[in-house]
Design a protein around this ligand. Structure first.
Ligand SMILES: CC(C)(COP(=O)(O)OP(=O)(O)OC[C@H]1O[C@@H](n2cnc3c(N)ncnc32)[C@H](O)[C@@H]1OP(=O)(O)O)[C@@H](O)C(=O)NCCC(=O)NCCS
Length: 153
């Protein structure tokens, strides 16, 4: 495990974009132009990672090569009365999945937040991502809120 370096960012943006596009509800995908959407998303992805207080950990092999990442940090003053940490995103490259790497990344994020004086963690996950939901439930996260949506006719 290591801190993210400048040369990891292109890979991280690509992974974030892949997950975020999968998260878009089908009703929105049919009316979204993918390349325009990607342009929009990259605009919001950069501050998500680089905002002060954000921390990106990289899971790597013996050669320090990238296997996955977790983006974590405090939710920020003003968002909650108690100090809350977030898992903003997590990703493991396909060829390294199902080896416990994401589980380890969640633990590293939790330990980092604990060291920042944070004692509660939250995250958002798409309802159409059962693998991630399983990961988080096994790590002890419980459902708190459901985001709902519909088209207006
Ligand atoms: C979700 C993701 C990070 C899991 O990474 P991983 O390294 O394969 O996960 P782990 O091996 O650490 O597995 C931890 C737990 O996750 C769940 N899990 C992982 N792969 C799973 C699968 N294919 N099916 C069902 N559950 C799965 C299980 O609960 C697993 O615990 P177990 O091994 O005791 O059954 C990975 O699939 C991924 O990068 N997906 C795309 C990005 C994404 O969806 N990120 C979530 C954003 S909210």
């Amino acid at each position: 495990m290591r801190d993210a370096r400048e040369d990891d960012y292109t890979t991280i943006y690509d992974c974030m974009t892949e997950t975020a596009w999968k998260d878009v509800p089908e009703e929105e995908k049919v009316i979204s132009d993918r390349s325009l959407w990607e342009q929009f998303f990259r605009g919001i992805a950069k501050p998500l990672i680089e905002r002060p207080g954000r921390k990106v950990f990289i899971a790597c092999d013996d050669d320090n090569d990238f296997m996955g990442y977790v983006i974590t940090g405090g939710m920020g003053e003003g968002s909650s009365v108690i100090p809350v940490g977030m898992i903003f995103d997590i990703f493991v490259l396909e060829q390294f999945r199902k080896r416990g790497i994401a589980k380890m990344l969640v633990e590293v994020a939790e330990e980092y937040c604990r060291q920042q004086g944070i004692w509660r963690m939250k995250l958002e996950v798409a309802a159409n991502n059962p693998v991630a939901i399983d990961l988080y439930r096994k790590a002890g996260f419980k459902d708190e809120r459901t985001l709902m949506g519909k088209n207006l006719s």
